[in-house]
Design a protein around this ligand. Structure first.
Ligand code: ADP
Length: 411
């Protein structure tokens, strides 16, 4: 008998969902609620033959989950809610405790609440999703798939900050890293593509949230996000790494407290801080109107990625199988990919194939491919990420195991 599994991926400004039929990994429908928290939010549901698109102001993730379940029912993707046999949730922060996915229990929820202090922008959405689903489906296994888990292989020399050691021992201050399911998916895809386990990669996950990783011998060796997803690269609304002294200085200058400034660094900085827009489609529209601040924001954004490509190239001792672009911007914005390649082209001997690059995006001829020429010293590729698939794999496996345990316990 076919069973249905739901995968929820609540990002900082989006809620992606996919309903699958198992076994067989058959996707029945997927959808995305986008621009959550903005007045121009909208959602789409897609099957191979049908597309539903609606505009609605959706101010939080709880409302987004309600809308999703209602659409699944009214469009007959499920005839009743009991058809769903497992729900997988992308959870951002698992601390040092979770290096693998787990069945969600009260203890796991407490831990996710505890780790909220590290992931202010995301855990609220993650917990809202889990709570809403648990209320509606109390007997269905809910699985947490942690974004930080894949990066637990990062060595001490790369996860420690140069701060008092007691901050690590007593307060958990270290680099954890995020977007782990995406970095893991790209790593596994490249392992299959290159037909070897020991791949060395530089992965650029460029969406609203932006992170990069250095993959050494098939494992995460370094990544840009840190204690929280605020660290590292410039993002849609997050600053990434800045001089830490700015916080105290701005608190005094503008009469703000630390948590107000932290919120501004998470929600009002990055692209939005510099040019007023966080979504790359809106930033691109400003660029087309020759907006100076949009140009500045894009230059800062690209240079922050270039800096880490150089850093990771040296960390991998120049032994790089490929540089990969993925996620919303990485998969769709060819001019950003081209600009970045132009910055690194001379020092790294990388040559862009402009024609291929320009033809890769969601609605263009190709969705993936090699965007460098044959004689380029390092391959640069575009590979669409599939965090949902990674969550599905663990959700199916752990839901089955949980159901078996429940059955044995009932006997
Ligand atoms: P997140 O999951 O962090 O919310 P995404 O990976 O969905 O982010 O990426 C969102 C970003 O990708 C936005 O800046 C958006 O403008 C950009 N983007 C560009 N083209 C597209 C597209 N065709 N579909 C979705 N996002 C796109």
């Amino acid at each position: 008998m076919c069973e249905k599994y739901l995968v929820i991926n609540a990002g900082s400004s989006s809620l992606k969902f996919s309903l699958y039929e198992m076994p067989g990994n058959k996707e029945i429908v997927n959808g995305c609620v986008e621009k959550i928290g903005n007045n121009d939010s909208f959602y789409t549901l897609k099957t191979s033959s049908k597309k539903i698109e609606k505009k609605e102001t959706i101010m939080n993730h709880t409302k987004a989950v309600e809308i999703m379940l209602n659409e699944l029912l009214i469009n007959n993707f499920i005839s009743n809610i009991d058809e769903i046999k497992g729900v997988g949730h992308r959870v951002v922060h698992g601390g040092e405790k979770y290096s693998e996915s787990v069945v969600i229990t009260d203890d796991v929820i407490n831990d996710i609440e505890f780790f909220s202090k590290f992931a202010p922008l995301h855990h609220q959405g993650n917990l809202a999703g889990i709570n809403a689903m648990q209320k509606l489906l109390p007997t269905v296994p809910q699985i947490a798939v942690f974004d930080s888990a894949f990066h637990q292989t990062i060595p001490e020399e790369n996860y420690m900050y140069p701060v008092p050691y007691s901050w690590y021992k007593e307060n958990g201050v270290r680099k954890y890293g995020f977007h782990g399911t995406s970095h893991k998916y790209i790593t596994e895809t490249m392992q299959e593509y290159l037909n070897k386990e020991e791949v060395n990669l530089i992965i650029c996950h460029i969406g609203n949230g932006v992170s990069m990783s250095a993959i050494k011998n098939g494992k995460s060796f370094n990544t840009t996000m840190g204690l929280t997803p605020l660290d590292g690269l410039m993002m849609g609304t997050r600053s990434g790494s800045i001089d830490p002294s700015i916080i105290e200085y701005i608190c005094k200058e503008r009469n703000l407290n630390v948590s107000e400034v932290t919120t501004l660094l998470n929600k009002e900085s990055g692209l939005k801080g510099v040019c007023g827009e966080s979504d790359f489609r809106d930033v691109t529209a400003l660029l087309e109107n020759k907006d100076h601040l949009a140009k500045l924001a894009v230059t800062l954004f690209e240079k922050s990625i270039v800096k880490f490509i150089a850093h990771y190239y040296f960390e991998l001792e120049g032994n790089v199988d490929a540089i990969i672009f993925t996620a919303g911007v990485g998969e769709n914005m060819s001019y950003i990919r081209e600009d970045i390649i132009n910055y690194i082209s001379k020092p790294m001997g990388i040559k862009i194939n402009k024609e291929v690059n320009e033809n890769i995006a969601k609605f263009k001829k190709y969705q993936s491919g090699i965007i460098t020429t044959e004689d380029s010293r390092i391959k640069v590729m575009v590979i669409p990420t599939n965090e949902e698939y990674m969550i599905l794999k663990d959700t199916f496996r752990l839901s089955k195991k949980e159901k078996t345990i429940q059955k044995v316990l009932k006997k």
